[in-house]
Design a protein around this ligand. Structure first.
Ligand code: SDX
Length: 434
């Protein structure tokens, strides 16, 4: 079903010749003009830094409407999924196209439970890191490292290999994340337990101790399920595009996901949740830094300071995830009988910025990272674990996109063109003459 109001053809004039271009209709949102024959027929390429106007793929997984601030996964609204589902249900939806029925959900949950352990040799891998290692450095390298145990599952064209790799990555990511945290605090690694749910298991491995039975707070379990769902997928964001790009060379799924983790780590992307809390803390701790001064610095073109957690390549309205998280933060802090001055500062910052023409004229709104860190903090996670939590959430989205890329007959190895502006040619001079 496509939107009938969309154009069915396009023309461009290159020099003296006019070029008819095919269009790809969308079921909703922007259709595409197909330029795949442009270089061959007219000897020119298009230039689009950051690919802000360029679709790298056609997809049926996630739809983001930046103008309206809506987000849907396989047609389901993020609000419905966050309210009614577990994270594993949403992971199944992204990977297999619809929400599981009871039997499918039980089979899916059990197939994940069977693979939560890491090979014992991996303990030496964690031991090799300094305690001060950033957990994202451990997460991305451990994700690549575990591929050494699964060479049988490298083939990107084998359905069985993809299923085995998918189950192991989703099952083992909480174990890797929790062990990276335990390493940083010199505590013993806690093994996964099959009698716990996916999120209970992760929380137990994170905060449990081998010397006592620990109860996992159902409120924290529910909150973390919502947070992981809100991070599960988001169209062709930079880390997802990276996973697709790396996978297009037929690199295995572990290597492709590891590359996506490294892309996510950047403070302009998933690393922003850590940067937001550091920014809010600097406003809270430094009397010289106020909300007004932070906004003024963010507007100053000569100051590199940016309002972290603000702005988005696609959303030119409120990020629906930020709206859910803003009220969710109040709810979680109230239920945990906690208050966090950083939340008050965040709310003040959002009001001041949204009243300032610099932000209004550029359609800069709070994004998913603006409030998520405050909730992660309230749940007991250290700041440097926030992007790791984002990665655990985004993992099914990365894998679903990687699979869709391999299933698409139009897929070719990603290899962009360039506009060369350098010196055209020079005669070689031996070093004595330079
Ligand atoms: C995520 O793509 C996704 O879907 C990502 C994500 C996902 O789920 O995968 O939603 C997750 O990564 C959210 C974004 C987290 N990053 C941050 O919060 C970092 C702060 N935000 C910015 O760095 C920026 O807004 C980006 C990176 C998010 C978007 O960058 P764009 O689209 O390239 O926009 P831009 O940098 O060209 O900004 C346009 C204008 C510029 O000013 P002018 O040159 O027009 O004068 O807005 C300004 C920017 O200087 N601007 C900001 C700002 N963000 C943009 N000014 C101050 N503070 C900011 N945060």
């Amino acid at each position: 079903m496509t939107d009938s109001s969309q154009p069915t053809n396009a023309k461009i004039t290159v020099g003296d010749s006019e070029l008819e271009l095919k269009t790809w209709p969308a079921s909703i949102g922007s259709p595409a003009v197909d330029i795949s024959k442009l270089l061959a027929t007219h000897g020119v390429v298009t230039y689009d830094p950051g690919f802000a106007n360029t679709a790298s793929t056609r997809t049926a997984i996630t739809y983001v409407d930046g103008a309206k601030g809506t987000l849907r996964h396989r047609g389901y609204s993020i609000e419905d999924l966050a309210e009614h589902c577990t994270f594993l249900e949403v992971a199944y939806l992204l990977l297999y196209g619809d929400l599981p029925n009871r039997a499918e959900c039980d089979e899916w949950t059990n197939s994940i439970k069977m693979h939560t352990l890491l090979s014992e040799e991996m303990k030496r891998f964690f031991d090799a890191f300094p305690r001060s290692a950033h957990p994202m450095a451990i997460l991305s390298s451990a994700t690549n490292a575990i591929s050494a145990f699964y060479e049988a599952y490298y083939d990107p064209k084998s359905e069985d290999a993809i299923k085995e790799s998918t189950n192991r990555l989703i099952a083992k990511m909480p174990t890797i994340a929790a062990w990276a945290y335990k390493k940083s605090i010199s505590q013993p690694y806690i093994y996964p337990r099959n009698n716990l749910t996916y999120v209970e298991n992760f929380l137990n491995m994170m905060f449990g101790l081998p010397v006592e039975e620990s109860e996992v707070d159902p409120l924290i379990v529910k909150a973390l399920n919502v947070l992981l769902i809100l991070h599960a997928d988001h169209g062709q964001n930079q880390s997802t595009a990276t996973v697709r790009f790396v996978g297009s060379s037929h690199a295995n799924l572990f290597a492709s996901v590891s590359a996506g983790m490294n892309a996510l780590w950047g403070p302009l992307h998933g690393g922003a949740n850590q940067a937001v809390v550091e920014m809010l803390s600097s406003i809270h701790d430094d009397p010289a830094m106020t909300v007004d001064k932070a906004v003024a610095r963010a507007k100053d073109p000569d100051d590199e300071f940016r309002l972290m957690g603000f702005g988005h390549r696609v959303y030119k309205n409120f990020d629906p995830r930020a709206l859910i998280l803003r009220s969710f933060a109040d709810d979680v802090l109230a239920k945990m009988d906690r208050d966090d001055p950083l939340l008050d500062i965040a709310k003040q910052l959002a009001v001041v910025a949204r009243e300032d023409d610099y932000f209004v004229s550029r359609n800069l709104y709070p994004n998913v990272d603006f409030y998520s860190g405050i909730i992660f903090r309230a749940l007991g996670f250290p700041t440097r674990m926030f992007t790791v939590l984002f990665a655990i959430g985004r993992l099914p989205g990365w894998i679903a996109n990687w699979i869709e890329m391999h299933d698409d007959p139009a897929t070719r190895i990603g290899r962009p063109r360039q506009v060369y502006e350098g010196i055209v040619t020079r005669d070689f001079k031996p070093i004595e003459e330079r």
